[in-house]
Design a protein around this ligand. Sequence first.
Ligand code: G4P
Length: 290
Amino acid sequence: MPIQWFPGHMAKARRQVTEKLKLVDIIFELVDARLPISSANPMMHEIIHQKRRVLILNKADMADPSMTEKWLAYYEKQGIRAVAINSKDGQGLHKLTKAAQAEMSEKIERNRLRGMKPRAIRAMILGIPNVGKSTLINRLVKKNITQTGNRPGVTKAQQWIKVGKELDLLDTPGILWPKFEDSDVGFRLALTGAIKDDILDLTEVAEYGYDYVGAFYPTFLTDYLGTEEPLTGKEMLERIAKNRQLMDEEFIDYSRAAEHFVRDFRALKMGRVTLDRPDEYEEVATSEPS
Ligand code: G4P
Protein backbone atom coordinates (compact mmCIF):
# COMPACT_ATOMS: atom_id res chain seq x y z
CA MET A 1 0.00 0.00 0.00
CA PRO A 2 1.47 3.40 -0.87
CA ILE A 3 2.75 5.30 2.16
CA GLN A 4 1.94 8.94 2.85
CA TRP A 5 5.32 10.64 3.33
CA PHE A 6 6.12 13.28 5.93
CA PRO A 7 9.56 14.69 6.81
CA GLY A 8 9.83 12.31 9.79
CA HIS A 9 9.12 9.29 7.57
CA MET A 10 11.67 10.45 5.05
CA ALA A 11 14.39 10.91 7.65
CA LYS A 12 13.66 7.43 9.06
CA ALA A 13 13.62 5.83 5.61
CA ARG A 14 16.90 7.48 4.77
CA ARG A 15 18.49 6.31 8.03
CA GLN A 16 17.36 2.74 7.41
CA VAL A 17 18.70 2.76 3.87
CA THR A 18 22.01 4.25 4.98
CA GLU A 19 22.41 1.43 7.52
CA LYS A 20 21.71 -1.25 4.92
CA LEU A 21 24.04 0.36 2.39
CA LYS A 22 26.98 -0.62 4.58
CA LEU A 23 26.16 -4.27 3.95
CA VAL A 24 26.14 -4.22 0.16
CA ASP A 25 28.41 -3.68 -2.83
CA ILE A 26 25.76 -2.50 -5.22
CA ILE A 27 22.25 -1.04 -5.43
CA PHE A 28 19.50 -2.28 -7.68
CA GLU A 29 17.43 0.86 -8.06
CA LEU A 30 13.94 -0.14 -9.13
CA VAL A 31 11.79 2.29 -11.11
CA ASP A 32 8.62 1.88 -13.14
CA ALA A 33 9.49 1.52 -16.85
CA ARG A 34 6.48 3.72 -17.69
CA LEU A 35 7.90 6.63 -15.71
CA PRO A 36 11.58 6.03 -14.98
CA ILE A 37 12.28 9.61 -13.88
CA SER A 38 9.03 10.36 -12.05
CA SER A 39 9.20 7.09 -10.09
CA ALA A 40 12.79 7.64 -8.96
CA ASN A 41 13.66 9.05 -5.57
CA PRO A 42 14.81 12.67 -5.97
CA MET A 43 17.78 12.24 -3.61
CA MET A 44 19.05 8.89 -4.82
CA HIS A 45 22.57 10.08 -5.75
CA GLU A 46 23.01 11.85 -2.45
CA ILE A 47 21.69 8.89 -0.45
CA ILE A 48 23.67 6.13 -2.11
CA HIS A 49 26.68 8.39 -2.47
CA GLN A 50 29.47 6.60 -4.37
CA LYS A 51 27.88 3.14 -4.23
CA ARG A 52 27.62 1.41 -7.60
CA ARG A 53 24.13 1.13 -9.01
CA VAL A 54 22.16 -0.71 -11.66
CA LEU A 55 18.91 0.92 -12.71
CA ILE A 56 16.10 -1.55 -13.20
CA LEU A 57 13.16 -0.52 -15.35
CA ASN A 58 10.52 -2.83 -13.92
CA LYS A 59 6.99 -3.46 -15.26
CA ALA A 60 8.41 -3.31 -18.79
CA ASP A 61 5.41 -5.45 -19.81
CA MET A 62 3.17 -2.42 -19.10
CA ALA A 63 5.34 0.18 -20.83
CA ASP A 64 5.46 1.18 -24.48
CA PRO A 65 8.27 -1.10 -25.78
CA SER A 66 9.64 1.47 -28.22
CA MET A 67 9.94 4.02 -25.41
CA THR A 68 11.66 1.47 -23.17
CA GLU A 69 14.28 1.03 -25.92
CA LYS A 70 14.69 4.81 -26.01
CA TRP A 71 15.07 4.96 -22.25
CA LEU A 72 17.74 2.26 -22.29
CA ALA A 73 19.62 4.20 -24.98
CA TYR A 74 19.20 7.39 -22.97
CA TYR A 75 20.72 5.82 -19.85
CA GLU A 76 23.52 4.23 -21.82
CA LYS A 77 24.40 7.67 -23.16
CA GLN A 78 24.44 8.99 -19.59
CA GLY A 79 26.82 6.19 -18.57
CA ILE A 80 24.14 4.62 -16.34
CA ARG A 81 23.79 0.84 -16.51
CA ALA A 82 20.10 0.04 -16.97
CA VAL A 83 18.07 -3.09 -17.71
CA ALA A 84 14.37 -3.61 -18.40
CA ILE A 85 12.54 -6.47 -16.70
CA ASN A 86 9.13 -7.79 -15.79
CA SER A 87 9.11 -9.08 -12.22
CA LYS A 88 5.56 -10.34 -12.40
CA ASP A 89 6.33 -13.13 -14.84
CA GLY A 90 10.09 -13.14 -14.34
CA GLN A 91 11.17 -11.91 -17.76
CA GLY A 92 14.68 -10.51 -17.93
CA LEU A 93 15.71 -11.50 -14.41
CA HIS A 94 18.81 -13.23 -15.73
CA LYS A 95 20.13 -9.77 -16.67
CA LEU A 96 20.54 -8.76 -13.03
CA THR A 97 23.60 -10.81 -12.12
CA LYS A 98 25.34 -9.95 -15.38
CA ALA A 99 24.65 -6.25 -14.96
CA ALA A 100 25.92 -6.33 -11.36
CA GLN A 101 29.08 -8.12 -12.44
CA ALA A 102 29.71 -5.65 -15.23
CA GLU A 103 29.15 -2.72 -12.89
CA MET A 104 31.54 -4.23 -10.31
CA SER A 105 34.10 -5.48 -12.83
CA GLU A 106 36.88 -3.05 -11.91
CA LYS A 107 36.61 -3.87 -8.22
CA ILE A 108 36.42 -7.61 -8.92
CA GLU A 109 39.57 -7.34 -11.04
CA ARG A 110 41.37 -5.27 -8.39
CA ASN A 111 40.53 -7.85 -5.75
CA ARG A 112 41.66 -10.65 -8.03
CA LEU A 113 45.03 -8.96 -8.61
CA ARG A 114 45.41 -8.60 -4.86
CA GLY A 115 44.94 -12.35 -4.60
CA MET A 116 41.59 -12.11 -2.82
CA LYS A 117 39.19 -15.00 -3.18
CA PRO A 118 36.19 -14.09 -5.32
CA ARG A 119 32.89 -13.88 -3.46
CA ALA A 120 29.26 -13.27 -4.39
CA ILE A 121 28.30 -9.66 -5.07
CA ARG A 122 26.05 -8.29 -2.32
CA ALA A 123 23.12 -6.26 -3.53
CA MET A 124 20.00 -4.57 -2.22
CA ILE A 125 16.86 -3.35 -3.92
CA LEU A 126 15.91 0.25 -3.45
CA GLY A 127 12.95 2.23 -4.71
CA ILE A 128 9.75 4.13 -4.00
CA PRO A 129 6.59 2.19 -2.98
CA ASN A 130 4.75 0.16 -5.59
CA VAL A 131 7.51 -0.13 -8.20
CA GLY A 132 7.59 -3.90 -7.64
CA LYS A 133 10.35 -4.42 -5.05
CA SER A 134 8.57 -7.24 -3.18
CA THR A 135 7.42 -8.84 -6.40
CA LEU A 136 10.99 -8.95 -7.65
CA ILE A 137 12.33 -10.32 -4.37
CA ASN A 138 9.60 -12.95 -4.26
CA ARG A 139 10.36 -13.91 -7.82
CA LEU A 140 14.02 -14.31 -7.00
CA VAL A 141 13.24 -16.39 -3.94
CA LYS A 142 10.39 -18.16 -5.72
CA LYS A 143 8.34 -18.08 -2.54
CA ASN A 144 6.73 -15.44 -0.39
CA ILE A 145 9.38 -14.72 2.22
CA THR A 146 9.09 -10.93 2.23
CA GLN A 147 5.61 -11.20 3.72
CA THR A 148 6.83 -12.91 6.88
CA GLY A 149 9.08 -10.23 8.37
CA ASN A 150 8.25 -7.17 10.47
CA ARG A 151 6.08 -8.89 13.06
CA PRO A 152 5.74 -6.59 16.07
CA GLY A 153 8.27 -7.38 18.74
CA VAL A 154 10.34 -9.65 16.56
CA THR A 155 13.71 -8.32 15.59
CA LYS A 156 14.56 -9.89 12.33
CA ALA A 157 18.20 -10.13 11.34
CA GLN A 158 18.99 -9.25 7.77
CA GLN A 159 18.75 -12.28 5.58
CA TRP A 160 20.35 -12.91 2.25
CA ILE A 161 18.79 -14.51 -0.75
CA LYS A 162 21.20 -16.46 -2.90
CA VAL A 163 20.65 -15.69 -6.55
CA GLY A 164 22.88 -18.35 -8.05
CA LYS A 165 26.45 -18.50 -6.79
CA GLU A 166 27.38 -15.02 -7.86
CA LEU A 167 24.81 -12.75 -6.27
CA ASP A 168 23.50 -12.35 -2.72
CA LEU A 169 20.47 -10.10 -2.30
CA LEU A 170 19.20 -8.57 0.96
CA ASP A 171 15.74 -10.00 1.55
CA THR A 172 14.20 -6.65 2.49
CA PRO A 173 14.24 -3.72 0.10
CA GLY A 174 15.07 -0.12 0.97
CA ILE A 175 12.00 2.07 0.61
CA LEU A 176 12.36 5.72 -0.35
CA TRP A 177 9.84 8.45 -1.14
CA PRO A 178 8.79 9.68 -4.57
CA LYS A 179 9.22 13.18 -6.00
CA PHE A 180 6.61 15.70 -4.99
CA GLU A 181 7.80 18.89 -6.52
CA ASP A 182 6.01 19.07 -9.82
CA SER A 183 2.45 18.47 -10.91
CA ASP A 184 3.31 16.35 -13.98
CA VAL A 185 5.19 13.96 -11.70
CA GLY A 186 2.26 13.85 -9.26
CA PHE A 187 -0.27 13.11 -11.99
CA ARG A 188 1.91 10.42 -13.55
CA LEU A 189 2.50 8.72 -10.21
CA ALA A 190 -1.22 8.89 -9.45
CA LEU A 191 -2.24 7.49 -12.85
CA THR A 192 -0.10 4.41 -12.35
CA GLY A 193 -1.23 3.96 -8.74
CA ALA A 194 2.17 4.72 -7.23
CA ILE A 195 0.60 7.19 -4.81
CA LYS A 196 -2.74 6.89 -3.03
CA ASP A 197 -5.82 7.87 -4.98
CA ASP A 198 -6.91 10.38 -2.33
CA ILE A 199 -3.76 12.51 -2.62
CA LEU A 200 -4.84 14.17 -5.87
CA ASP A 201 -8.25 14.90 -7.34
CA LEU A 202 -8.97 11.81 -9.43
CA THR A 203 -10.98 13.80 -11.96
CA GLU A 204 -7.91 15.92 -12.65
CA VAL A 205 -5.76 12.77 -12.79
CA ALA A 206 -8.13 11.24 -15.36
CA GLU A 207 -8.18 14.42 -17.44
CA TYR A 208 -4.37 14.59 -17.32
CA GLY A 209 -4.18 10.96 -18.49
CA TYR A 210 -6.72 11.64 -21.21
CA ASP A 211 -4.74 14.64 -22.53
CA TYR A 212 -1.47 12.71 -22.36
CA VAL A 213 -2.74 9.61 -24.14
CA GLY A 214 -4.51 11.84 -26.67
CA ALA A 215 -1.27 13.71 -27.40
CA PHE A 216 1.06 10.71 -27.68
CA TYR A 217 -1.15 7.69 -28.37
CA PRO A 218 -4.22 9.14 -30.13
CA THR A 219 -5.30 5.87 -31.75
CA PHE A 220 -5.36 4.16 -28.35
CA LEU A 221 -7.98 6.67 -27.24
CA THR A 222 -10.05 6.29 -30.38
CA ASP A 223 -10.20 2.55 -29.78
CA TYR A 224 -10.92 2.92 -26.09
CA LEU A 225 -13.69 5.49 -26.44
CA GLY A 226 -15.02 4.20 -29.74
CA THR A 227 -15.00 7.64 -31.32
CA GLU A 228 -12.68 9.92 -33.27
CA GLU A 229 -14.64 12.94 -32.17
CA PRO A 230 -12.36 15.42 -30.37
CA LEU A 231 -13.66 15.61 -26.82
CA THR A 232 -12.63 17.78 -23.91
CA GLY A 233 -11.63 15.94 -20.72
CA LYS A 234 -15.04 16.75 -19.25
CA GLU A 235 -16.86 15.43 -22.32
CA MET A 236 -14.78 12.26 -22.18
CA LEU A 237 -15.90 11.70 -18.57
CA GLU A 238 -19.49 12.37 -19.62
CA ARG A 239 -19.19 9.76 -22.33
CA ILE A 240 -17.85 7.18 -19.88
CA ALA A 241 -20.62 8.14 -17.43
CA LYS A 242 -23.22 7.67 -20.15
CA ASN A 243 -21.84 4.35 -21.42
CA ARG A 244 -21.58 2.89 -17.93
CA GLN A 245 -24.77 4.26 -16.44
CA LEU A 246 -23.00 6.59 -14.01
CA MET A 247 -25.58 9.33 -14.57
CA ASP A 248 -29.26 10.09 -14.53
CA GLU A 249 -31.24 13.04 -15.83
CA GLU A 250 -30.08 15.34 -13.05
CA PHE A 251 -26.65 14.10 -12.09
CA ILE A 252 -23.46 13.04 -13.84
CA ASP A 253 -21.08 11.19 -11.56
CA TYR A 254 -17.78 12.64 -12.80
CA SER A 255 -15.76 11.13 -9.95
CA ARG A 256 -16.94 7.60 -10.69
CA ALA A 257 -16.31 8.15 -14.39
CA ALA A 258 -12.79 9.33 -13.50
CA GLU A 259 -12.31 6.24 -11.33
CA HIS A 260 -13.30 4.07 -14.29
CA PHE A 261 -10.88 5.88 -16.60
CA VAL A 262 -7.97 5.56 -14.16
CA ARG A 263 -8.77 1.91 -13.45
CA ASP A 264 -8.89 1.20 -17.19
CA PHE A 265 -5.58 3.00 -17.72
CA ARG A 266 -3.96 0.82 -15.04
CA ALA A 267 -5.48 -2.31 -16.57
CA LEU A 268 -3.91 -1.34 -19.93
CA LYS A 269 -7.35 -0.92 -21.56
CA MET A 270 -5.78 1.96 -23.50
CA GLY A 271 -2.69 -0.08 -24.31
CA ARG A 272 0.89 0.19 -23.11
CA VAL A 273 1.52 3.85 -22.41
CA THR A 274 4.83 5.32 -21.24
CA LEU A 275 4.35 8.56 -19.33
CA ASP A 276 7.91 9.93 -19.04
CA ARG A 277 9.67 10.60 -22.31
CA PRO A 278 13.46 10.85 -22.62
CA ASP A 279 13.27 14.04 -24.72
CA GLU A 280 11.73 15.83 -21.70
CA TYR A 281 14.79 15.05 -19.61
CA GLU A 282 17.74 15.49 -21.93
CA GLU A 283 19.66 17.67 -19.46
CA VAL A 284 18.59 16.07 -16.18
CA ALA A 285 20.77 13.04 -15.63
CA THR A 286 24.05 14.72 -16.53
CA SER A 287 24.66 15.42 -12.85
CA GLU A 288 25.36 11.69 -12.33
CA PRO A 289 28.57 11.22 -10.29
CA SER A 290 31.31 9.44 -12.20
P1 G4P B 1 6.69 -2.60 -3.80
O1 G4P B 1 7.21 -3.76 -3.03
O2 G4P B 1 7.76 -1.85 -4.52
O3 G4P B 1 5.83 -1.67 -2.98
O4 G4P B 1 5.73 -3.14 -4.98
P2 G4P B 1 5.01 -4.57 -5.10
O5 G4P B 1 6.00 -5.64 -5.31
O6 G4P B 1 4.04 -4.71 -3.98
O7 G4P B 1 4.23 -4.37 -6.47
C1 G4P B 1 3.22 -3.39 -6.64
C2 G4P B 1 2.26 -3.84 -7.72
O8 G4P B 1 2.95 -3.92 -8.97
C3 G4P B 1 1.66 -5.23 -7.50
O9 G4P B 1 0.35 -5.23 -8.06
C4 G4P B 1 2.55 -6.12 -8.36
O10 G4P B 1 1.90 -7.31 -8.76
C5 G4P B 1 2.78 -5.21 -9.54
N1 G4P B 1 4.02 -5.54 -10.27
C6 G4P B 1 5.27 -5.63 -9.78
N2 G4P B 1 6.16 -5.89 -10.75
C7 G4P B 1 5.46 -5.98 -11.90
C8 G4P B 1 5.82 -6.20 -13.27
O11 G4P B 1 6.99 -6.36 -13.64
N3 G4P B 1 4.79 -6.21 -14.16
C9 G4P B 1 3.50 -6.00 -13.80
N4 G4P B 1 2.57 -6.02 -14.75
N5 G4P B 1 3.13 -5.77 -12.53
C10 G4P B 1 4.10 -5.76 -11.59
P3 G4P B 1 -0.93 -5.14 -7.18
O12 G4P B 1 -2.05 -4.91 -8.11
O13 G4P B 1 -0.72 -4.17 -6.07
O14 G4P B 1 -0.99 -6.55 -6.53
P4 G4P B 1 -1.41 -7.94 -7.22
O15 G4P B 1 -2.76 -7.68 -7.80
O16 G4P B 1 -0.40 -8.29 -8.24
O17 G4P B 1 -1.43 -8.86 -6.05
